[in-house]
Write a protein that binds this ligand. Structure first.
Ligand code: CTP
Length: 410
């Protein structure tokens, strides 16, 4: 278990995302960590100490001074008896307090008094996150050495709100905890690995673009899984709404050609994994100005030209990494197509997604969903993996890459 024996002090702030902190307790404990919980007064408006206590199997701490409470251990001991402090959700108020050194309740006092690493998972309304005061506090806390995970973009719990401010998912927070505590075996230490993820956006004019439904979930999960095994991961990501994975250097790009340039600049590397759903075509001339409707002229005709194949470029590159992995989304003739791609693109493995309806997951299910069923096609044959979550696929693929790199002479 990756967090065996690790002691986490989880500070739950007051926000709708507090319910996700409950799942986080479960996920941390599943990995062997012990979790002690501090809740702010506001947090108790959203979830109860009873639930947090049941899930953590420990007393939940809420008061700064509670001499009558037999469990009162004091704020210094709470920090001393932890390896890492996690604030989830980290509200604008908790961030402001710590950035300015306030200590007027148990949560803020523990945060100010600790000498242990602190990880914050912010969650708030997008306008609060964008406010100059919060930006300032975020920057100050970063300089003070506080680690952050998220927030991501997306639908907020409140209806009709979308934007940046959504708390990272519990598993993303767990990955950040593992990275900070440097937990688990590190068979990929010293290895540089490039991963591409997400869709690309190909502009038609300054406001319109061609895109696809890739969420980046599988690619980001693979980047995080490789980083957990100690790799120096460079993730080249198209536009996605999920958070940058912890412990990974993320380079953001929009178009296929930018993705190719970013990837080529990162060479040499020990391995490269191409998960991105790169647009095969782009509009030949993207207009400098917004294309206007002109009466009587009808719709514009878009001429498409082919984008560079990034995987094939790297697969046949003079600085080709020792291990090159591609993905293929297939609805028919999965194996024949994957084998052809293996040769054409110069890859060692093709991870073939069965996106046919017979797979039971379906194209719209795999793209954007949380589950995947893959086959690993290599020159040695085909390995069929059962249906599992994208995180599980990522963990297993990272282990396979570690295994393969072990036998590569460097
Ligand atoms: N790829 C790439 N650059 C492109 C297109 C694809 O790097 N311009 C990579 C993808 O990241 C993925 C693999 O190549 O690893 C997928 O190849 P592709 O030929 O696009 O496969 P499918 O999407 O399955 O397409 P098709 O069946 O249309 O050939």
């Amino acid at each position: 278990m990756s967090l065996s024996g690790k002691r986490i002090l989880l500070i739950i702030g007051g926000g709708i995302a507090a319910y996700k902190a409950l799942d986080l307790i479960r996920r941390l404990r599943e990995r062997g960590a012990s979790v002690r919980v501090v809740m702010t007064a506001a947090a108790q408006e959203f979830i109860t100490t009873l639930t947090a206590g049941a899930l953590s199997a420990d007393h939940v701490f809420t008061e700064l001074f509670d001499r009558n409470d037999e469990h009162d251990v004091g704020h210094i001991r709470l920090s001393r008896e932890a390896d890492l402090l996690v604030v989830a959700p980290a509200t604008a108020d908790l961030m402001a307090k710590l950035a300015n050194g306030h200590a007027n309740d148990l949560a803020s006092t523990v945060l100010l008094a600790t000498d242990k690493p602190v990880l914050m998972a912010p969650a708030m309304n997008p306008r609060m996150w964008a406010h100059a005061a919060t930006r300032r506090n975020r920057a100050t806390l970063g300089k003070d050495g506080i680690a952050f995970i998220g927030p991501g973009r997306g639908e907020m719990a409140e209806s009709h709100e979308a934007g940046e401010g959504r708390m990272a998912e519990p598993l993303e927070i767990v990955a950040a905890v593992e990275a900070l505590l440097d937990a688990g075996p590190k068979p990929l230490a010293g290895r540089k690995i490039i991963v591409t993820s997400g869709p690309t956006h190909e502009p038609i004019d300054p406001v319109r673009y061609i895109a696809n439904r890739s969420s980046g979930k599988q690619g980001h999960a693979i980047a995080a899984a490789l980083a957990r095994l100690g790799a120096d991961v460079r993730l080249v990501s198209g536009p996605v709404s999920i958070a940058d994975p912890a412990g990974v250097t993320t380079i953001h790009v929009e178009r296929a050609r930018e993705m190719r340039d970013a990837v080529e600049q990162l060479l040499p590397a020990d391995a490269a994994v191409f998960v991105a759903a790169v647009a095969d075509w782009r509009s030949e001339n993207s207009a400098g100005e917004k294309i206007k409707k002109v009466a009587g002229e009808g719709p514009p005709v878009l001429r498409m030209v082919e984008n560079p194949d990034i995987l094939a470029g790297v697969g046949h590159h003079s600085q080709r990494p020792g291990l090159v992995v591609g993905f293929a989304a297939e609805t028919q003739d999965l194996l024949r197509n994957a084998e052809a791609k293996l040769r054409k693109k110069g890859a060692d493995f093709i991870v073939a997604n069965d996106v046919s309806h017979e797979s039971g997951i379906g194209p719209s299910g795999v793209m954007g969903g949380d589950r995947n069923r893959v086959r690993i096609v290599s020159r040695a044959g085909v390995d069929e993996w059962p249906e599992m979550t994208k995180d599980e696929v990522a963990t297993r693929l990272a282990a396979l890459i570690a295994e393969r790199l072990k036998t590569t002479v460097v």
